[in-house]
Ligand binder design. Sequence first.
Ligand SMILES: [Zn+2]
Length: 105
Amino acid sequence: MRFLQGRGFSSLRHGESGRSLTRRQLRAVVAAMRLLVEEDVARGVPDTHDAWCAVCQHMRPARGSVGYGHLRLCNRCAIRYEVSLMTGRWGETRRLVLAPATVPK
Ligand SMILES: [Zn+2]
């Protein structure tokens, strides 16, 4: 989780819909997503195993990455996505993840 350190997610707390997360809620989301990393470690996913993130378009540690439908997101982008769902914030991450599920009218 080196890439999470030193980069705050506090800017994500306030959503466009007016919903905001408390610091405590934000910490809970980050903690929950970090648990995924620990689970992958326990399952034996090697530290050297990387996976392509559909959002940030980089190879990121497979540990803690999350599948959303046909997309795989790195842990950091998954945190952004989960927070966007909670705050109603329509960032690029949410657009990318939800776009395939959108049925054109
Ligand atoms: Zn990513």
